[in-house]
Design a protein around this ligand. Structure first.
Ligand SMILES: [Zn+2]
Ligand SMILES: [Zn+2]
Length: 265
């Protein structure tokens, strides 16, 4: 059956640098006062009744990419940048994943190349103070799904992996599958709020899930577990890894390795 052409949305948002597809859906649905599930449907993404399959983060097939571009007023390169597809050139483990199918089964989750849970930097989520980021928050970064991304070099901190209130990972897990967005039928949550189910809350049949709702973008004052010197080493390592992930780098870098450092005797 031929799908009817999707209509462009009445309004959209410019994607932020490095933003993930999930983050874009969170910000735009918040702006539109819609649920992420409804927005994803309007944008032509694959949706199940209870989830928006997370495999779409790895890449969209050409038809889905065109539909999203048309509906959300994006260019094809902006759509592509919301997925991990561009990183396949500089992050070889992604090449082995099939990135063009929306539904590729549970085996796709058994892979260390990407992390279905997202780490996060509270400062990045708070945004840079621009009007758009003040209103809708900063970007959920695509790279926070990579196991090799563990620190924010801009804010000199380790990434967080759990919510400060419910202590759960930021995961879109729905039974054994993963969704781009947790509890996608709930609207009105700021993109910087935790969408995990509220701990201890037993939902009534057919009732909407109750989210934790804690702000993930609030400042943290916990002392770092690392000494300043160790922290600097971690940040230097992350900085070098980030450079390797930049477009234009290639993973065949054996002939471009930095010279072996020499230490004073
Ligand atoms: Zn940050
Ligand atoms: Zn929470």
């Amino acid at each position: 059956m031929i799908q009817p052409a999707l209509r462009p949305l009445a309004r959209s948002l410019d994607p932020l640098p490095g933003e993930s597809l999930a983050g874009f859906l969170l910000r735009l649905s918040y702006r539109m006062g819609s649920t992420p599930h409804r927005l994803a449907t309007l944008c032509g993404l694959t949706c199940r009744s209870d989830s928006i399959p997370q495999e779409q983060l790895r890449g969209l097939n050409p038809v889905a990419a065109e539909q999203l571009a048309r509906a959300a007023h994006l260019t094809m390169s902006e759509v592509r940048a919301l997925t991990l597809q561009d990183l396949t050139r500089t992050y070889p483990p992604l090449v082995r994943l099939r990135t063009d199918k929306a539904d590729i089964g549970s085996k796709s989750h058994i892979n260390w190349a990407t992390n279905p849970d997202s780490r996060y930097c509270p400062h990045c989520l708070r945004g840079n103070g621009s009007p758009a980021q003040q209103a809708f928050g900063g970007a959920w970064q695509l790279r926070w799904h990579l196991p090799i991304t563990f620190a924010c070099t801009q804010h000199s901190c380790l990434l967080e992996s759990t919510c400060p209130q419910c202590a759960q990972p930021l995961s879109g897990r729905v039974i054994r599958r993963y969704s781009l967005v947790q509890i996608p039928h709930v609207s009105g949550l700021h993109p910087g709020q935790c969408r995990n189910r509220a701990p201890g809350h037993i939902p009534k049949p057919r009732a909407r899930a109750v989210p934790c709702g804690a702000r993930l973008d609030a400042p943290r004052h916990a002392a770092s577990a690392l000494s300043p010197l160790d922290m600097q080493r971690v940040l230097d390592l992350q900085h070098n890894l980030n450079l390797r992930l930049e477009p234009g780098q290639t993973h065949r870098t054996a002939d471009k390795e930095a010279p072996t450092p020499t230490f004073p005797t």
